[in-house]
Design a protein around this ligand. Structure first.
Ligand code: GDP
Ligand code: IMO
Ligand code: MG
Length: 421
């Protein structure tokens, strides 16, 4: 039996999509457990680049099921568009299954996301504006519409009109932006496409676990964007950590056998919020350009900086990493010096652990350890010993510092650009 969880160890965009696509080759099922199309997972398969937002990477393997779990919020228009792109590229998508318990993202969620961001003024979160927060808010308020409801036209209409009434009373500016009849018509069409894929995915997964099949749980976002343990309120609205797997897929927690944390060899963040190791000068620019650090979902330039060890250690405790997968190591080639944040300084005191008090986090300054860089191109390396010595020293320190072994090193965007440690 093997249930492997792939968790973003930072603020998202760690390369989970690429890693998932690499590991999926051995999986019977790949399942997404949280988030929606705020996620953007870029994968390069046989020279072709795909940007996945809702569909897990299992889609590229016809024998593997690709599951969208109950913990997700699903925008059917975005989902169908994603399927069409994949189908046009030669992937029939017959292996997709969706939980009827997943919540729907509706057009009013997009509008409310925008209105909320506007009303936050200088405190805007920098959301992806995909309606994710408002959809999860409806779920918690128990007025959300689930995917299963979409399949019953009468029920859907009733719930939808009830929601429209509530939304209009709360958001006067919503009038005009959302046309109920158009939405009802288009969601009827979506229902017809989605209907054959809907099934009790929780039961399906439980049966697969009983048959000792291999399941890969593909995380979205990252640990620091978790609604409980992340840098609140600059987070997303779902449980992104390994804890979200049991509730987001409907499988027992003890069925999880392995948790792999995916981290870049440096750090990026998109959207607002404190980022202690951010480099706004030449180094930041170097990382952004070398790493192609522009958002997969929104195209925004990602903020870039050095690797934050406290974030990794915090994630290791929260998620219980059995291994780390280090991505984009190739991006650091050419730097004279590579820095690693090994502590924070707060009011002249050294902090060795990530502070959960956000006031402290906001005022903390990074304490760096410096490593000599390396000039060599490492994109053709096949094994650890092919890497330059200074590069290996950096990796060894990360393992020692976090107490977690590095299981894989990614040195390129293609799914097979991977060194097994
Ligand atoms: P995700 O959201 O965690 O799946 O990550 P994204 O896809 O949003 O961002 C990661 C970006 O880095 C994508 O453009 C990937 O194609 C790319 N990428 C992933 N791994 C590597 C790597 O090891 N080296 C390089 N150069 N690019 C990578
Ligand atoms: P993947 O799966 C990076 C960020 C947004 C914003 C905050 C809240 O590709 O790693 P939301 O739209 O979720 O309400 O936005 O979370 N964010 C991400 N950042 N990668 C992601 O997903 C993200 N999903 C959300 O930029 O700061
Ligand atoms: Mg991404």
């Amino acid at each position: 039996m093997s249930v492997t969880v792939l968790v973003g160890a930072q603020w998202g965009d760690e390369g989970k999509g690429k890693v998932s696509c690499y590991l999926a080759r051995q999986a019977n099922i790949v399942a997404r457990y949280s988030g929606g199309n705020n996620a953007g997972h870029t994968v390069v398969v046989d020279g072709q680049t795909f940007k996945l937002h809702l569909v897990p990477s299992g889609i590229f393997y016809p024998e593997t099921l690709a599951i969208l779990g109950s913990g997700m919020v699903i925008d059917p228009a975005a989902f169908i568009e994603e399927l069409s792109t994949l189908q046009a590229a030669g992937y029939p998508c017959k292996n997709v299954r969706i939980s009827p318990l997943a919540h729907l993202v509706l057009p009013y969620h997009h509008e409310i996301d925008k209105l909320q961001e506007k009303s936050r003024g200088a405190k805007a979160l920098g959301t992806t504006r995909k309606g994710i927060g408002p959809a999860y808010a409806d779920k918690a308020e128990r007025i959300g519409i689930r995917l299963g409801d979409l399949l019953d036209e009468v029920k859907f209409r009733e719930k939808f009109l009830y929601n429209m009434e509530i939304k209009r009373s709360r958001y006067r500016d919503l009038n005009g932006a959302v046309n109920p009849n158009e939405i009802l018509d288009s969601y009827k069409r979506y229902a017809e496409v989605i209907f054959p894929m809907v099934t009790d995915t929780s039961k399906l997964l439980q049966e697969a676990i009983a048959k000792k099949q291999k399941i890969l749980c593909e995380g979205a976002q990252g640990t620091m964007l978790d609604v409980d343990f992340g840098t609140y309120p600059y987070v997303t609205s779902s449980a992104t950590t390994a804890g979200g797997v049991a509730s987001g897929l409907g499988i027992p927690p003890q069925s999880v056998t392995e948790v792999l944390g995916v981290t870049k060899a440096y750090t990026t963040r998109v959207g607002e919020g404190v980022f202690p190791t951010e480099e706004t000068g030449k180094i930041g620019e170097f990382l952004r350009e070398q790493g192609g650090e522009y958002g997969t979902t929104t195209g925004r330039a990602r903020r870039c900086g050095w690797l934050d060890g406290l974030v990794l250690k915090y994630g290791a405790r929260l998620n219980g990493y059995s291994g780390l997968i280090l991505t984009k190591l190739d991006v650091l080639s050419g730097l004279e010096e590579v820095k690693f944040c090994e502590a924070y300084e707060y009011k002249k005191e050294r902090l060795d652990d990530f502070p959960i008090e956000m006031g402290i986090f906001a005022a903390a300054a990074p304490v760096y350890r410096s490593f000599p860089g390396w000039k060599e191109d490492i994109t053709k390396a096949k094994k650890i010993s092919d890497l330059p010595k200074s590069c290996r020293n950096y990796l060894a320190f990360i393992e020692e510092y976090t107490g977690v072994p590095i299981s894989h090193i990614s040195i390129g965007a293609d799914r097979d650009d991977m060194i097994v440690a």
